[in-house]
Write a protein that binds this ligand. Structure first.
Ligand SMILES: Nc1ncnc2c1ncn2[C@@H]1O[C@H](COP(=O)(O)OP(=O)(O)OP(=O)(O)O)[C@@H](O)[C@H]1O
Length: 258
């Protein structure tokens, strides 16, 4: 099975006060159908790891590969969704979602059909011809995710994409994202500071700690699969297993920060 891999990866940044060991000997492998979430205190190297997987950054040591290919730069096989969406304000929703396909040279009728499919999957039906500024923040983030999915990448890389949303919208977008991801069968790597969000979305959580940035703990989780089966997020988040794992993770993160 094709996997996106970081093998014994370290990143050292030069700085005025000496070197910053942003990442130290990180090992990670993401396979098809996996939703890996990175959690950890500020500065533990989460974004550095995402930038390596995206090909925006080269490791100081170690290797990043996708299948049998080494990754040396960005590619259409890996789409990135940022905290602040990077939508094109002069295009409407439909054209924003279809944008990647236009760059790939996909004919108009086909790219619009694909874009409409993902607009509907992200719950944005009826907003196709709206301008970006007419949408709420949560809707704009969903357009960003729809655009990433429509370009049909093999991997979705997401850096705190829901952090700016209010609590209720954030939960709703998590549910929509999980369904869209599950239907697409893509690999996902997602960064968040919210332990609850990580537990709800992930099939696997990697816990990281700073100075130097390290992967210190890995949790295999079943809550996202349960949600996809039952559709009842409240019941899952209120369950004993969910709360116990949340507290265990919180204790470890607080230990790292203190
Ligand atoms: N381009 C750079 N030059 C120098 N230092 C950097 C650079 N990028 C990141 N760092 C440092 O590397 C460390 C890891 O940063 P990174 O952004 O990966 O952490 P993070 O876990 O994503 O943090 P946050 O949760 O605050 O976004 C930090 O100490 C940061 O200051």
């Amino acid at each position: 099975m094709t996997a996106l891999r970081a093998e014994q990866v370290s990143v050292v940044f030069p700085s005025e006060s000496g070197e910053v060991h942003a990442l130290d000997n990180a090992d990670l492998s993401i396979s098809e159908g996996e939703f890996v979430v990175a959690l950890g205190a500020s500065g533990c190297g989460k974004t550095t790891l995402l930038n390596l997987l995206a090909g925006f950054l080269q490791p100081t040591q170690g290797r990043i590969s996708f299948g049998d290919r080494e990754i040396t730069g960005p590619g259409a096989d890996r789409a990135v969704v940022f905290q602040k969406h990077a939508l094109l304000p002069w295009l409407n929703v439909l054209d924003n979602v279809a944008f990647g396909l236009m760059l790939q040279g996909v004919p108009k009728a086909k790219r619009y059909a694909t874009a409409r499919h993902f607009i509907s999957a992200l719950g944005l039906e009826g907003f196709e011809s709206k301008a970006i500024y007419e949408l709420s923040g949560g809707m704009q983030q969903r357009v960003g995710v729809a655009r990433a999915l429509a370009a049909d990448p093999e991997v979705l890389l997401m850096d705190e994409p829901l952090a700016a949303l209010d609590a209720l919208t954030r939960e709703r977008v998590q549910e929509i994202l999980l369904k869209a991801w599950s239907e697409s069968g893509k690999m996902a790597f997602f960064i968040t500071h919210s332990v609850e969000e990580a537990l709800f979305l992930a099939t696997r959580i990697i816990l990281m700690s700073p100075r130097p940035g390290r992967i210190t703990h890995v949790y295999e989780t079943e809550f996202s699969k349960q949600y996809l089966k039952t559709g009842n997020s409240r019941e899952i988040k209120a369950s004993r297993e969910f709360i116990d794992m949340r507290e265990d993770i919180m204790r470890r993160i607080q230990g790292d920060a203190g």
